[in-house]
Design a protein around this ligand. Structure first.
Ligand code: SF4
Length: 286
């Protein structure tokens, strides 16, 4: 199946996001998901252009708001495979309120954050993921805030699937995305995706030197082990860090609470417009 439309990405040559796009494509092809069953929802940023490059349903939404849209899409049509994409600024700065609640809410969808430790679209400002000392237009003497530890935050907030990948390690990333789609609940993958234009510090060479793999025999169901390995590697580790299959997805919990499958919110059985109320409201504005 062809998931590429005829829009040419306008990412800079060498941008890591090309690799993320390729990995998502490989994963949906491997899982044989037809384009009409796929929705790619994105926020705002260089990374969030990605939704426009897929031949599938999608929405390029507002800054930091990919997740509310994506969760709404999934709840309205649970037959869709929903993937939301953001950058680290989109996800962990303006969108962090939504991100935290999505971690704990556990809607059955996948969230891929393309993490380059900088704002690219607005031409190079420090993000919540920027390293201490990183010189940008907004941190001319070097960033001095502690970078957000996103995987620890996700696990602590109640996320049931937390993974980290690197776009260069394509086979591992494709496998993680497939596992994320198989997981019954909210799956978060933080993907290192270098910005070659505005982040000369966290370069391809830097990631090659600093990223490590999970230790042999690592058990992703062991919550304490996840915190330990993230602490020991300062978060610079790739693989499936944590998975909790014991918690029901939001959809299942909601259905159980309501005594059966939740009805489709857009069907007439559910939405029964009160014509008299509607008319009286309209009359007030005449
Ligand atoms: Fe990629 Fe950075 Fe260019 Fe944006 S500015 S397209 S993140 S390399």
């Amino acid at each position: 199946k062809d998931y590429r439309n005829d829009i040419r990405p306008n990412w800079c040559p060498g941008c890591g996001h090309y690799g993320v796009q390729a990995a998502i494509t490989d994963a949906v092809v491997a899982k044989n998901i037809p384009p009409e069953k796929l929705a790619v929802i994105s926020g705002i940023g260089c990374s969030s252009r990605i939704g426009g490059y897929f031949y599938a349903y999608g929405a390029h939404t507002t800054h930091g708001r990919a997740l509310p849209y994506a969760q709404g899409v999934k709840l309205a049509n649970q037959d869709l495979e929903v993937i939301a994409c953001s950058g680290d600024g989109d996800a962990f700065a303006i969108g962090m309120g939504h991100t935290i609640h999505a971690f704990k809410r556990n809607v059955n969808m996948t969230y891929i954050v393309m993490d380059n430790h900088v704002y690219g679209l607005t031409k190079g400002q420090a993000s919540p993921r920027s390293d201490i000392g990183f010189v940008t237009k907004t941190t001319p003497r070097g960033a001095f805030e502690t970078p957000l530890s996103v995987c620890e935050t996700a696990i602590a907030a109640g996320a049931t699937f937390v993974a980290q990948g690197y776009m260069i390690n394509r086979a591992e990333l494709v496998d993680l995305i497939q596992q994320a789609m198989d997981h019954e609940g909210f799956s978060f993958i933080n993907v290192f995706s270098p910005c070659v234009t505005y982040n000369k510090h966290n370069s391809y060479d830097w990631f090659k030197e600093h990223l490590t793999a999970l230790p042999e025999g690592y058990d992703p169901t062991d919550r304490a082990a996840a915190f330990k390995v993230l602490s020991e590697t300062q978060g610079l580790v790739t693989g499936l860090l944590y998975r909790d299959n014991s918690r029901p997805s939001f959809e299942k919990a909601m259905a159980d609470a309501n005594g059966g499958p939740h009805p489709h919110p857009l069907t007439e059985d559910v939405v029964k417009p009160d014509q008299a109320l509607f008319d009286s409201l309209c009359n007030q504005f005449k």
